[in-house]
Design a protein around this ligand. Sequence first.
Ligand code: HEM
Ligand code: HEM
Length: 227
Amino acid sequence: MTRLKVWDVPVRLFHWGLVGCVALAFYTMKTDGAPFIFPIDIHARGGYVLIGLLLFRWLWGLVGSHHARFRSFLYSPASMWGYARRLASGHLPLFAGHNPLGGLMVVVMLLSLTFQAVSGLFLTDDIFFNAPLHGLVDRSTARTLAGLHQLNANLLMGLIAAHLLALVVHRLKGERLVGAMITGRKSFAGEPEDEPAKAPVQRRVSAWVALGVIVLAALPVLWLWNA
Ligand code: HEM
Ligand code: HEM
């Protein structure tokens, strides 16, 4: 059994922060929003934090530790197809980071979440809430964006359901992914395909780079929060 560190602390904090903000966004819009007096305000504030988290993740995908980087988990269509075929034939190829299909799913989720949070910045509830960038667009554009915000929210629910279903499938096939998103470590019965023993991957990032990315991501959140 090999045990490897795969998810760095920032990726794990990002993931669980994301889950909290998305749950809050759906809760405040799909229920009466109790105990919040102004659910739309909480909805928007959760969205601002989410924008910071997403900006962080896009940057971390460029400069973060090995398995956090896009180039480590974006595969060619041929690799995705090959992976899907091996999975369908009952095989479970071992990957330390995101597998070829999982990597695609991650990017699609990040794009959809980014669209959701950014489109929200231009909306109004026509009662008392105007989002910070609402004044920049005319009425009909704001309406179109509201329609897209609603449509993409439904797409997101589908993506999240597929994400959770994929985790269940991996678990049934004997791979425990959830524990790794908590502890950062994964155990393998063999050698993962994306982790060749002869070329050890870089697992640490300089504290200054990490700090720079965190500060950059925090700036729009501070601005939106006080806008
Ligand atoms: C990932 C983050 C977000 C999610 C999942 C989300 C989800 C939703 C959902 C499900 C609705 C109800 C749509 C409907 O059924 O009519 C909604 C409405 C709304 N959202 Fe978001 N939202 C997010 C971010 C934001 C942000 C950042 C803002 C503003 C700063 C925002 C502003 C609004 C407004 C104003 C409405 C009401 C629109 C109307 O009354 O027609 N949302 N959102
Ligand atoms: C709002 C719901 C959720 C969203 C939007 C979401 C989104 C994501 C995203 C974007 C990633 C990629 C992480 C990265 O590389 O930065 C990811 C990975 C992951 N998520 Fe979620 N997630 C959600 C709920 C959950 C829940 C409830 C669980 C656990 C029960 C979970 C477990 C995982 C695991 C284990 C991975 C790593 C998968 C792998 O090993 O390739 N997620 N999720």
